[in-house]
Design a protein around this ligand. Sequence first.
Ligand SMILES: Cc1cc2nc3c(=O)[nH]c(=O)nc-3n(C[C@H](O)[C@H](O)[C@H](O)COP(=O)(O)O)c2cc1C
Length: 208
Amino acid sequence: MKVLIVFSHPNPNSFNGAVLKVVNETLKSNNHEIKVKDLYRTNWDPRLTVGDLEKLYSGTVPEDIKKEQETVEWADMVVFIYPIWWFEQPAMLKGWIDRVFSHGFAYRQTDQGMVEGLLKGKKAVVITTSGANEENMRQNGILDAIMTCMVNGTLGFCGFQDIVYKNLYSVPSVSDSERQEMLEEVKNILEGIGGKLRQETAAVPGRG
Ligand SMILES: Cc1cc2nc3c(=O)[nH]c(=O)nc-3n(C[C@H](O)[C@H](O)[C@H](O)COP(=O)(O)O)c2cc1C
């Protein structure tokens, strides 16, 4: 399977960086093909500009957006790794979505005025980290916000299927061994997905 990992944290030595490492290693050891988009290290420009909009409306895709879209197109699965900032994703990732999941690429309007997701058949895994614990996240609505905005409102809207969402709680306040357990959990999630997909691809001659 071809996997694009979109990583959005300014510090590669952060806990999010450790999550990226585990995801990368787990997928590699299951023989998946991987591309990593590290938004901060590649100086991704998150601003959807008037120039972008004019080009997109006239049917031309700006070069940096086109490159990202080609990688999304290439991928069977996209893994998003990011910390929760102010109840949602870092602006860097928000801007990647604003620019890359453009009309005509990620979704379109049908003749009947309905919206059709164009990234149908792609799988997604969303891994977030939070300062808050699970009880707070449920009470204050962060989990609902992520399900509404990222999982359903963005990925579901664009046609992604089999979306797995996992949050790692209380990251700054738990012990090192608890953080290690969380990384194990991430590994298990990715192993499970890898296994499922290996079976599916095995059924199709010439793939895998
Ligand atoms: C700008 C900013 C906003 C944050 N907003 C939230 C928030 O809304 N909810 C929350 O639980 N944690 C919030 N946090 C805490 C981070 O989610 C937490 O420190 C991070 O997930 C830990 O992972 P890291 O060590 O890889 O950065 C925020 C942190 C920053 C820097």
